[in-house]
Design a protein. Structure first.
Length: 533
């Protein structure tokens, strides 16, 4: 893996992404006079080409944007289920919500979110942000190790979908690391969006072509579903942790789980170290918040205020009681289970603009469908719905699913001190908690923090345990025997992984100190880097 986990100190800009081409494109945007918004947008677009197993034009996007005025805007670029979906028919045919395929496709919100982000402080514009990505799609980009591993996995979607095979298979075999990936259809799509803006996709011929192609494969989305899409902007959720404020996205994002974890860590006085003496108790806390999420997180338009209930004193009491209780947290009806393929981008500039951004197809290659005429891979975010009648996160026409994406900022004394983002599916809150304990409590720099050995409860997909047992904990080599023993004493089975395994997610981190100096860390589990200037 080509990665710089930390690259010096600067006072003008910082950026970290999981692919080196995206990091370099973000730096070029800064050097051309762009803001942190320009850099993050440019990186997001490049990742849509260079990391197509994790993100793309056909995905969703969440972001937090801190502006020089001090305002922080939460951008919710998630999309809704088709107006024509019949939940009873899906339940009759499939029993549970399909993990991939045409029925798992919801409206992709990323392109509209790009347009909203442009209006939140870009100096150069969306066309400039898209240009490097379109060029890479047309001229070619080397296949990164992460993409090569995804292509080589048994049962990978490229073996089943002709649209994917057209660009990811050569001479009968999947592309390998270092091979050149080109996608002229995707290049043309990006060039159209650069020229005509997001309406080209949501109200124009580009979106119509994409919808026609998907419907031949059984998808339910219609042109009217694209036209009805709106990006939601709001204030972030804010929670106190020590002398800082933790900012994240409100539901349908799972960001409130991080606030609950940190609140219970303080309430119980747990050791501030996921590799420390309270690892087992922390694992029980992670399991408890995950179970709460699966029971209640949903589109606020379709259910009660999940974050308010979770973060209320009674909700935190309920979580705290499970940390040292003898019974495992009762499981909730699980959403669709996926590896959690996502990208995170963090960027900051001298003017005080800071961005934390998640952009995702959800599962590897999303729905497993690449529409050939447009080159757009459709995500499978609808797999997060459940089919249980009466459940807050039940599938319904026009409803957005519970969402894993959760950008994070940390504010200290009125200034953004940390921007954090991670890949990790169900485990996003756990990974963020581990990072913040390292940065805020143990004063680790961003590079060392993202490179620490990591463990996650339930894996990135929150894999269900058999017979109602506690979920499995996946732990990297390097976690250490005492930590593994502590987790096992708390009732978990532990599955050991190799070192620096993508199965525990990969994170990006920027820290600004009291003097205004910036440091960036990029996870060695991915293929990117952190750059400052």
């Amino acid at each position: 893996m080509v990665c710089q986990v930390e690259d010096g100190v600067g006072d003008r800009f910082a950026i970290a992404t999981p692919h080196r081409a995206a990091t370099e494109a973000g730096r070029a945007a800064f050097q051309a006079g762009g803001s942190a918004v320009d850099a993050a947008l440019t990186a997001s677009c490049v990742l849509s080409v260079a990391y197509p197993h994790m993100t793309g034009v056909g995905g969703d996007l969440f972001a937090l944007v801190a502006r020089p005025s001090g305002e922080v805007v939460a951008v919710n670029g998630s999309g809704a289920a088709a107006a024509g979906v019949d939940p009873a028919e899906v339940r009759r045919r499939h029993g549970t919500m399909p993990h991939d395929g045409p029925l798992a496709i919801t409206v992709p919100g990323a392109v509209a979110a790009w347009g909203v982000l442009e209006g939140l402080g870009a100096r150069r514009g969306l066309a400039d942000a898209i240009a490097p990505a379109a060029r890479l799609a047309r001229e070619g980009v080397a296949v990164a190790p992460s993409l090569a591993r995804a292509l080589a996995e048994p049962g990978a979607a490229v073996a089943r979908d002709p649209g994917l095979a057209a660009v990811f298979v050569r001479d009968g075999a999947p592309l390998t690391a270092g091979a050149t990936l080109r996608d002229p259809a995707l290049a043309a799509t990006l060039e159209t969006i650069a020229r005509d803006g997001p309406p080209a996709f949501y109200q124009g011929a580009l979106g119509e072509r994409w919808i026609r192609g998907l419907r031949t494969q059984g998808a339910l989305l219609a042109e009217a579903d694209l036209a009805a899409h709106q990006t939601r902007c709001s204030a972030p959720l804010v929670g106190r942790y020590g002398e800082t404020e933790i900012l994240t996205a409100p539901p349908n994002s799972q960001g409130c789980l991080l606030l609950a974890i940190l609140a219970v860590v303080e309430r119980l006085g747990l050791a501030r170290d996921h590799l420390g003496s309270d690892a087992g108790r922390l694992a029980r806390l992670f399991a408890a918040v995950t179970a709460e999420r699966d029971r209640g997180l949903c589109d606020p338009a379709g259910g009660p205020d999940f974050a308010e209930r979770l973060l209320a004193p009674a909700g935190l009491d309920r979580l705290a009681a499970q940390v040292d209780g003898s019974a495992p947290p009762p499981p909730g009806p699980p959403p669709g289970r996926h590896r959690g393929d996502t990208v995170a981008v963090v960027a900051a500039d001298a003017d005080g603009t800071v961005v934390s951004l998640n952009h995702s197809l959800y599962g590897g290659f999303g729905s497993g469908i690449r529409e050939p005429q447009t080159g757009i891979i459709a995500h499978n975010r609808g797999a997060s719905f459940v089919l249980e009648p009466g459940h807050p996160n039940r599938l319904a026409p026009g409803r957005r699913p519970a969402h894993t994406l959760m950008p994070v900022l940390v504010r200290r004394e009125g200034r953004i001190a940390v921007a954090a983002g991670t890949m990790g599916g169900s485990a996003h809150p756990q990974i963020h908690a581990s990072l913040l304990l390292a940065c805020l409590d143990r004063d680790l720099g961003p590079g060392p923090a993202v490179a620490l050995p990591r463990w996650v409860v339930g894996g990135l997909g929150g894999e269900a345990a058999p017979d109602g047992a506690m979920p499995v904990v996946f732990a990297e080599a390097g976690v250490g025997a005492p930590v593994v023993a502590s987790i096992e004493r708390s009732g978990f089975a532990v599955q050991l992984l190799g070192p620096l395994d993508e199965g525990v997610g990969h994170a990006q981190l920027i820290v600004r100190d009291a003097a205004g100096l910036l440091r960036a860390g990029s996870d060695p589990r991915a293929d990117g880097g952190g750059l400052v200037g």
